[in-house]
Each structure stands twice: as C-alpha cells, then as structure tokens.
Design a protein around this ligand. Structure first.
Ligand code: GTR
Length: 433
C-alpha cells in the first residue's frame, strides 16, 4: 500500500517539477512525477552481467555475447531497429576556409548524403581543426539543436535549411531559421578553446536528418527510406528519431575518418539532453566512437528508468512519442517489466571512456539517476579491466570523479557550458592523448 504522506510528497514533488520549465505546460497534468529523494520507492535493476538465459557473465571473453544481447534488447524495446541496407556514401566538401576564426582554424563545410537518389537528405557537417596542427587531430563530434549557424557568429555559415524549433529569444516563430539566431548557441560550443587545446570540432544540425516533432519523420530520413514513404505504418520495433539521429552520427564519423588531417581513431562523441540520449545510443551501436559524453541526458539517456524521480517513461513517451519505438510505450505503466535499464546502455560503451554529466538544477533529468546509470555500468568496466566510478554516492558539485567512467554535477541549470567543456577536455586529454 502506498501511504498518504507518500502520495502527498509525490504531489508536492510534481508541483515543484511542474514549474521547472516552459515545456512543462505541454505535459498532461494527470501524469504523476516525483522530485523528492525520500519518496523514491525501492526498485531492482536488471543485472547487466547476467544473460537472458540466467547464465552469469564472469569473464571479459563472455562480454561480447551479453553486449550483443543488450544491443538487440535496446533496439527491440526502446530505440527501434534501423533498417538494413541504408546507404553509407561519402560526402563532398562544399567549402574550405584556411583563415577561419582569425587564422586559428581551417574550416570545412561538407555535405553527406544520407539517402540515395538525385535529391538525397543531406547532413551539413561543419568541421574546424587547428591550423597549426602538424599531425592528425583528435576531434569532438556533436549534433546541435538549432542549426550550424547558431554555433558560431561567423556570417558565412549558411542558415539551417529545413524545419527548426521556434525560439522566441531569436525571433524564430515559424520554424524557419533567421539571421537573428546566428551565434545564439555559441556558448555551448567554445570552438576557439577546443582548437587551442589541440582538438578539432565537427557539428551538424540534427534536424537535417529529421525534424524533431511527432510526424517530422515524413520529411526526414525515416520517411525517405520507408517503403510507403509518408504513408508508411511503423511496426512496434521500428526505429524512432533518436535512432535516426544516431545513424546520421555514424555517417558523420565515416566522413571524418576519410580525412587524413583527422585521427579517425580518436573521435569523441558528445551530446546534450535529447542529443545526449542520441550520443549514448550512437556510441553503443557504433564501437568506432572512441569516447562518449552524455551531457544531462536524463530519461532515455544515462538516468535509470526504474528510479521514480523527475521525468518518467510515461512522460517522455507522452511528450515526445517519436523519439523511441512503438514498443517502448508498452512500459509506460509497467517500467519494472522493461527487459533493460539505462545502466546497461552506459555499459555498452565499455571499455571505451564514457563521461556522464548532470546539472544541480536539472532535477527533471534526475542527476542521481544519471550518476547511478554510470555507477552500475562500472561493473562492466571492472570486468573489462578498467576503473569506472568510485562508489554509489553522488559526488560534490563541480568536481570531476571517475576513471574510464567520468562524472560531474555542475552548479546551475540544464545547459551545455564552458565549465562542462573544461571537464570534457581534461577527460579527453587523459584518454585520447
Ligand atoms: C525535455 C525532455 C528531456 C530532455 C530535454 C531536452 O523536454 O523532457 O528528456 O531531452 O527536453 O532535450 O532539451
């Protein structure tokens, strides 16, 4: 029996969370959530080192079998299966500037065709590398939220072509990119600092692959390759948009690996929020990513789904039904039956370095749940001879902990900031140098 005080605390927790952001207004009010730590009910996680047949995984040699099983479970029950036979085609350089950022950077714009035919879906990859580099550089790769023109104030980076989210602060109100939005996301992408530290940076707009709304697939990658096009009916196990974006990331990696000035063995994948979920799934599927960073990835990312705190499976499936596959909705009211939990997603990155980060005010993403995702994944890192996170307790604010699994909780709200990047650069120095 759930006690009355428990219900009350959940109710007040719900009220608190309700005020967290403008987006909350779109979420049905009948769906309960909790943001009171003491009200988190007990839960038990699926064991990452036990095969579905009950057999324990006790050696590194057995891990690939469990890994393959987990990838399939996440495909079938969460993110959906990517159709086989999608093209992997090289892109073409549209422009090279050797004098970018006051001569500090060589900047290239590259178009990568994600589909076949005369009018393919194009991913515009914007690549910066330090002009002083004398050998192939390690590089960070990440999708951006509002278009390549928002990550830099440079005026010769074209505006995003297709649908973009409305952003009142830059006057984007009709889903069309405008000049006022140029450079508005530059704080999240400290390009000069990244180059100064000897890394390249590659980024692309996630909406190039598929617009982020329910039905966006019709003009996007999933619609373009569906047998019935926009009339296609998705089966429960078919891919959602996170899987589509993750596919685009792998094609960007193909492209970066072709460039002799870039070290294709040292591509660090980074994503924030929904794109942090995407980075984790891309890194889990594609072992060529050398390092993965999930910044405030929350529900459907690093945060444990069974921990009743902040966003829930029901909430995310209600607000963003297109992100995951149809079958994931079966777990809206019975999360304990989901055959996986998110620590197992984090474990799919092992033994490669993984960094999970939270923000103190980002309670919706459940910082403790994100940390625990990394902590429970650490069991696999240890099996594979690496050290993960140091223990089950959330560390102090603004301090980085962990070896092959790194973590920090930054003070402040939900965002990707220079403070986060400083931690990521140090982590990358440790593992990619
Ligand atoms: C929120 C969503 C989160 C997170 C975030 C974002 O509305 O509930 O899961 O993904 O959006 O991507 O900004």
């Amino acid at each position: 029996m759930i006690s009355r005080s428990f219900c009350l605390r959940i109710w007040t927790g719900w009220l608190g969370c309700f005020c967290l952001g403008a987006w909350a207004a779109q979420i049905p009010r009948t769906v309960p959530i909790n943001d009171v730590e003491e009200s988190v009910p007990p839960y038990s996680l699926p064991e990452v080192l036990t095969l579905r047949n009950g057999q324990r995984v006790t050696s590194a040699q057995q891990w690939p079998q469990r890994r393959a099983e987990l990838v399939h479970l996440f495909e079938d029950h969460v993110y959906g299966r990517i159709p086989s036979g999608l093209p992997r085609q090289p892109g073409w350089v549209v422009e090279t500037r050797r004098d970018a950022l006051g001569g500090k950077a060589i900047r290239q714009r590259i178009q990568i065709p994600l589909t076949r035919g005369p009018h393919p879906i194009l991913l515009d990859l914007l690549v910066y590398r330090p002009s002083q580099a004398t050998k192939p550089v390690p590089i960070f790769l990440g999708l951006n939220f509002d278009g390549n023109h928002t990550v830099t104030p440079e005026t010769d980076v074209p505006l995003a072509r297709g649908w973009v989210a409305n952003r009142p602060r830059s006057g984007v109100t009709n889903h069309v990119a405008n000049e006022a939005s140029r450079g508005t996301d530059a704080e999240a992408w400290p390009i000069a600092r990244i180059l100064e530290r000897g890394y390249g940076l590659a980024t692309a707009y996630y909406g190039d692959a598929e617009a982020d709304f329910d039905g966006g697939w019709k003009q996007g990658l999933r619609g373009a390759v569906a047998p019935q096009g926009a009339d296609h009916h998705f089966e429960p196990g078919d891919w959602g948009s996170i899987a589509a974006w993750s596919w685009a990331l792998s094609r960007a990696l193909d492209q970066l690996s072709l460039d002799p000035a870039i070290d294709g063995q040292k591509v660090a994948l980074l994503g924030h929020s929904r794109l942090g979920k995407t980075a984790l799934w891309a890194g889990a599927r594609d072992p060529r990513f050398a390092l993965v960073i999930a910044n405030e990835s929350g529900e459907g990312g690093a945060a444990l789904a069974r921990r009743f705190f902040g966003e829930t499976t029901l909430r995310i499936n209600t607000s963003f039904p297109h992100w995951f596959n149809g079958r994931f909705k079966d777990y809206n009211h019975r999360i304990a039956d989901l055959p996986v939990d998110q620590h197992e997603l984090a474990a799919l990155i092992a033994p490669r370095p993984l960094y999970i980060a939270s923000a103190e005010q980002d309670r919706w993403a459940d910082p403790k749940g994100e940390y625990l995702g990394g902590w429970h994944a650490s069991e696999v890192y240890r099996l594979l001879g690496k050290e993960g996170l140091p223990g089950p307790d959330l560390p102090a604010v603004n301090r980085s902990v962990g070896e092959s699994v790194g973590y920090h909780i930054r003070s402040g709200p939900h965002a990707l900031t220079e403070v986060d990047w400083e931690f990521y650069l140090k982590f990358a120095d440790r593992h990619l140098r």
